[in-house]
Design a protein around this ligand. Sequence first.
Ligand code: GLU
Length: 377
Amino acid sequence: MNKLSSFRRITVKIGSALLVDRKSGLKRDWLASLVDDVAVLTVQGTEVLVVSSGAIALGRTMLGLKSRALRLEESQAAAAVGQIALAGAWADALARHGLKSGQVLVTLGDTEERRRYLNVRATVGTLLKMQAVPVINENDTVATSEIRYGDNDRLAARVATMMGADLLVLLSDIDGLYTAPPAIDPNAEFIPFVERITPAIEAMAGAAASELSRGGMRTKLDAGKIATVAGTAMVITSGTRPNPLSAIDKGERATWFAASANPVRGYKTWIAGNLEPAGRVTVDAGAVRALLSGKSLLPAGVTLVSGNFSRGDTVAVLDPSGREIARGLAAYDAADAVRIAGLKTAEIEAVLGHEARSAMVHRDDMVMSAHAETASP
Ligand code: GLU
């Protein structure tokens, strides 16, 4: 596989369990070894962005909160205590190599609303220009349960594609993807390379998550879909050893995910990575064929509309078997979409009382899923 220094811009996501020990707190030696690797890459001309988990885990250790489940407001308070220490530890470790750093805390709306997305992108881009390493996390102290990423795998993928990184590294307590979760299946086989994240690959993930982190293999594959569609390769490897980035170059076990050969760009990157579609439209077989050949989705091909979306919101487009094949911005509110589903363009005006926009989702506002070419029918 390629050396990490052959990539131009890398986003590295670090799981909580790597950085925080429940008893002793922050694992400073490990952090120092990781930052040694970051410094080497930086000298070689590779830009590095860090997405660091660990605020909640560190905060609860610092506050002496035992291992019981925390209430939301307790986690939020723990994050406030943990984040300040976490960011300080990153800043110190990077400063030892003469590197500057900048803390960026984001909430879901900062990447899901187009204007705020552009704003965050500009700020993080400026940090990189100033040669400061962005150290990014979810703003857990203000994020409420309904409106949050919840896991940093998908957040890291969103950040990586937003910033046009060509590689996303997920450092975790598992060394890669197996045919089944290895903790529950002793016959699980390791998979070194994934060309495309198909439903068969997704089925291998199971639902397992470790104690300290929210994301299991499932959120890592979700991250992989967001990344690879936008042209960002991904690698999952264990971060439990020191110098985990140089370990990848030394050939330690890791699963690589290829970036799409035809990545979406710019505006479509934002659509493709949208984390919470506001609704779903199911389409018939003819519409699936039309979409695969690059056409817009017409109301005539829509068989079912669900969700409460407004015009301009992201909707998932499902094939007749319920599998997502595309994502795009709805040209109609949900209520109108329901009324015109299945109708020919000429019939729509009579129903809506005004001239129709021809498409339910216009091709310019739509991105096909990575696996869509293999989709039925
Ligand atoms: N944002 C959370 C934290 O810093 C971590 C989320 C995750 O584990 O993925 O504590």
